[in-house]
Design a protein around this ligand. Structure first.
Ligand code: BGC
Length: 252
């Protein structure tokens, strides 16, 4: 089965047609700038244009950087508040083809667990995406527990100073504060230790943009448990979104 996977990010939105049996991309990746500000109408129009670009009439899955419950968007921390309360997934296909909206980290983690490193890993795996924000997804014996939002944990980051983890340790914080990799790694390591102490996963897998930059920071962290870089790197978001849509269709 094939499905179109779309990954909405804070800066770019990416899409490709995916063979959901193998996880392979069947087309080139399309990348557009995410509308800024990403108001509901503008993002909807962008998603509809992506679907039209692929001339695709089958299932469409869309990874979104926020909490999605029962297909309704509950949070959109790095996008626009007009998205909250909307049902973007159904709207993007105008109800004419199967559509499925899923949290972006949940989507990427699903792909990694199915086709990449997390394959058949028993126990609790915590998957992280590090980019504009910090996305987190838990897998228990390969099954997703959706909508973990550990990137919004409040961390003590200095005397009397508390910050949201993603404002302190996401890749966007590295850019914003012009940190050298070892400086950023120190912050990321603090974050890893806090979330590990609170949730005790057996393993951590790191995805998102920084998964390609392991050589820049791995030597500067002291992980609290076995930690790996995602095999699918930043392809995972698209593959996982497609997979989630296809599985939804199959289960009907
Ligand atoms: C959002 C998460 C998302 C993460 C990565 C956070 O700001 O709240 O839902 O997974 O960013 O995009």
């Amino acid at each position: 089965m094939k499905a179109l996977g779309i990954d909405v990010g804070g800066s770019g939105t990416k899409a490709a047609l995916v063979d959901v049996q193998t996880g392979d991309w069947l087309t080139e990746r399309l990348r557009i700038e995410t509308p800024h500000p990403a108001k509901y109408e503008d993002l909807l129009e962008a998603l509809q244009a992506i679907i039209a670009h692929f001339e695709w009439s089958g299932p469409v899955g869309c990874g979104f950087p926020g909490v999605i419950r029962q297909q309704t968007i509950f949070t959109a921390a790095n996008l626009h508040k007009s998205l909250v309360g909307s049902r973007l997934g159904e709207a993007m296909t105008k109800g004419k083809q199967p559509a499925w909206l899923i949290n972006d980290a949940d989507a990427a983690g699903l792909a990694e667990v199915r086709f990449g490193l997390g394959k058949e890993k028993p126990g609790v795996v915590l998957f992280l995406t590090i980019g504009t924000g910090i996305g987190t997804a838990f897998f228990v014996d390969g099954k997703l527990v959706p909508n973990a939002e550990l990137g919004h944990l409040l961390m003590q980051v200095g005397k009397g100073k508390v910050m949201e983890a993603e404002h302190y340790a996401a890749d966007s914080a590295r850019h914003r504060d012009e940190l050298k990799w070892p400086e950023w790694a120190k912050r990321f390591d603090e974050f890893l230790h806090v979330i590990h102490a609170l949730t005790q996963p057996d393993e951590i897998i790191i995805g998102g943009g920084v998964a390609k930059k392991g050589h820049k920071f791995l030597d500067h962290i002291d992980p609290p448990c076995p930690l790996h870089l995602a095999q699918l790197q930043n392809r995972a978001g698209i593959i996982g979104a497609a997979l989630a849509a296809a599985e939804r269709v199959a289960s009907r």
